[in-house]
Structures are given as structure tokens and as C-alpha cells.
Design a protein around this ligand. Sequence first.
Ligand code: MN
Ligand code: MN
Length: 321
Amino acid sequence: MTASRKRRAPRHSLPGTFSSVVLLLLVARFALLQCGAWHVPSSTALPAAPDPPASAGAPGAKRGTEASVSGSVHVALGTPRDGDPSDEYFLDEQAFVLSYSPERRVPNWVAWQLDRKHLGHVRRKNDFRADLALPARFYRVKDSDYSHSGYDRGHLCPSADRQDSEEDNSRTFLFTNIAPQLHELNAGPWEQLERYARQRVQHGALLYVVAGGVFNAPTATIGNGVAVPAESFKIIVVLRQEQGPSDVDENTEVLAVSMPNQRGVGDHEWTEFVTSVDAIEQRTGYDFLNAVPERVQRVIEARSPARSLPRTRQQAGRLAP
Ligand code: MN
Ligand code: MN
């Protein structure tokens, strides 16, 4: 570019040529500085790409802090917050975001948006593995912590909610997205609710989901100190596909469910465990949906679903395709 402009520079006037050259040198120097600022050393010759979703956090946000995840679409309705962030390590896994408890060695919560675009046909990867994104000072849960424990490796964000890419599906098998669940819960009402949610999406819904555990004291553990939740909860905000976070109002449908991680749970429908967001906030200490205006939160968090829920097992999703 510089060369061609030089050729076009006037030749008949010496001062004119001189000032053009000086100007061009300044422009070139500025351009080089810009290149230096914008091109990360490792970058290849690809054209400038938009920011990857990974960099959802505020620029310069410290890893593991709330600020490092708060810009993610998955927490557009608010990053769940309790009084004490010292026991939380926040991770943006791109496919979902989460708060991990280094003490309990399970997620405090996992949040994800569920849209029709996430429901692809990628085969379940099943590559359960330790999450190396956790700092080395934390214990990283691995398969052996669950083996012969009597508990399933229960997904918070289900594998089937991330079937649009192999990478995202694989991320659901990180142990930071896993908590111990009895098989009859994991393969029973918990899975029923997962299927029901995906059916809603197939019928045009856009969901914002948060899932996690309720813990009793003292907390039972398996393997190397992995806490077993007394209950598994899930909060689902149901919008229409064409809507966005700012459309949440007093009439927005919200499903709040908390299921006991106890024997016998498999004999029940998920619809029997419907509760309110307020009740889950009380049991967990978290404030959910905190980006929603306070007056709206007050209404939708107090409500146990007013709308008719599926009544039969088939409607509840167990026998659904
Ligand atoms: Mn599961
Ligand atoms: Mn709230």
C-alpha cells in the first residue's frame, strides 16, 4: 500500500514530495504499532476473527472470578450469587459456565442457554475427564472418585443439550460439570426433565437453565472427598425463540425443580418435585435471576408453575423419542 501511494505522490514539487513522504512514514509507523497491538504473537495469518465466546468476561478479569464469566450469554439472566464468593471458582467452558466448589469438589451451579441450534446429531463423546482449567492447587476430580461409589457421574448440563459440536459435547464430560447422583435419579426423573426441556426447545422455546446441588451438613462424600448433593435442583426460564433476556417479565414461565438424591426417587415423575425459585434460593443461599428487575424476580421466583404441567409419564418425556 505504501509503495503504490508513493508512486502517486506529486513529483514536480520537492517540498510537496518531502511532506508526503513524512506523512506516509508517520502513517506506516502508526499502522505497524496497530499491528503490534492487535496481533497476538501466536496468531497465524488468519484475517481478524471476532472475539471467541471464551472471552466473555470483562477484559483483564482475573481467572476464576465472577467477572470472568459474567459477560457470557449463559448467565444473561444473572450470575448466581451468594454471600461468599471465596468458596467459588468460576469457569467459562464456552458451552456453559459454572461455579466450582474446591471444597465440595462438585459444581455449585452450572448455567447454560438452550436453543434449537444446540440440538445437533453429534455422537455422545463419553470422555469423562478431569478439568485441567482448574488451578493446580485444587484437587481435580477424576473417574476413580466415582468408581464403585454407588453413584452415577451425573451431568448438570446434559450431553444431549450440546450435540451441535464435538468440542462442546466433550466439554459436558468435564468433572466440573458432574455431580454424584443415584442412578435412579440420573436415569429417572432428572433425565425426564432433561428430555422435557429439549422437547420445549424443539417446539420453539429458548431456555435459560441453571442446575446444581443442595447440600446437607454433614455432607456425605465419595472417592477423594467428592460431596454428594442431598438434592439436585434445576431452574428453567422459558422464553420463545425470538425473545431475549430483556423479555423476561411477570408472565414469563419459570420451572423450578428440586429432586431428592435418595432411594425411591426413581418411582416418581419430575413434575412431583416442582417447587419455586424462592425455595431453591433459600436452600442454597444463592440469588438466581439477579439480572432480572427486582419487581419481576419477586413475582416469578415466588410462583410454583401456574401453567399446566404434563401429567402422565409419557407427557413428562420418559417415553418421548
Ligand atoms: Mn444425567
Ligand atoms: Mn433471585
